[in-house]
Design a protein around this ligand. Sequence first.
Ligand SMILES: NC(=O)c1ccc[n+]([C@@H]2O[C@H](COP(=O)([O-])OP(=O)(O)OC[C@H]3O[C@@H](n4cnc5c(N)ncnc54)[C@H](OP(=O)(O)O)[C@@H]3O)[C@@H](O)[C@H]2O)c1
Length: 327
Amino acid sequence: MKAYNWGILGTGNIAGKFTRALMLLDNAHLHAVGSRDKLKAEAFASEYGFRNSYGSYEELVADPGVEIVYISSPHSHHLEHTLLALQNGKHVICEKPMSLNAAEVEIMVAEARKNGLFLMEALWPPFQPSYLKAEEILRNGKMGKLLHMRGKFAFISSYDPEIRTYDIRLGGGALLDIGIYPIMDILRFMGEPASISAASVLSPTGADESTSAIFRFGDGRLAEAYCSFGNMGGISTEFNCEKGNLILTRGRDRSQHLIIEFPEDTDDRIFTPPAMGYQYEAMEVMSCLDRGLTESSVVPLSFTLTLARTLDAIRGITGIVYPGRDR
Ligand SMILES: NC(=O)c1ccc[n+]([C@@H]2O[C@H](COP(=O)([O-])OP(=O)(O)OC[C@H]3O[C@@H](n4cnc5c(N)ncnc54)[C@H](OP(=O)(O)O)[C@@H]3O)[C@@H](O)[C@H]2O)c1
């Protein structure tokens, strides 16, 4: 098995979680970490055991040993940092959302293709065992036709204009941060809608505190997605089918549940992957590279583009604007 040298760009919250997951993989070497702050990079490197640490992202991507860069900066910087990595010959897995709008995602995709390099949006759910099981059950026909979906992702993040989730300059807002998940689910399982209705509650910075969207499909089916930083609504996606329901949800202990409901019985299957399952997306990157592929069939770039265009459409309806970055 070929082993790959990883470079981590940024040392925030998700970078630590992703690194802990990489540590589970024999074919992933913790080669280097880059931060805007040399001391932060050194602290991160010594906490997790990276061989090298750099006080700038430019130095990270200039390291000839780095083969794959994981972009964990705020959404507002995904475009700049992904291009930086690609233009320095590195394969990239970039945190979600891929960027602030579809036009920027198109630039990223074109750059990866021009350079023959791998690029994938770090959409975590489709690689999880619970999700794979749900897909299998929906595919094998036991539930009958999928009639309707409803997804929500809501937790309390108290308003603070200085934090990433509300800072409009960093791409703050519930839709791009967490609404992306139920919307991803709906697009994956029901396809592209014929029309969308939506509404947002905007915070004083202009970042959406909550957004709700209704998708109508050409065959008359409906789906709803809701996201909020304003309540403890939790995380779940419900699939209502002809013969029963599937519910993907998460426990307070972060375990993943797949609830299978038939009229006569209910089965609650619990999945608790180590390191919250972030290793599966890293495995996908390396498996694709092993096979000489520059994109994943699980999260293809065409899907990332469709997702970005859908988020753009919702923002257009509800008035979420990223100043200087929109149209
Ligand atoms: N897949 C998931 O489950 C998941 C979960 C959480 C977040 N995310 C995504 O990961 C990204 C980062 O989220 P996070 O929660 O890790 O954020 P965070 O804790 O604020 O960390 C972001 C890091 O980005 C770097 N950065 C570069 N330019 C920056 C700037 N202008 N302002 C602030 N930080 C800057 C910083 O690292 P240095 O100071 O070291 O340079 C910072 O520590 C977001 O796009 C988010 O959507 C994904």
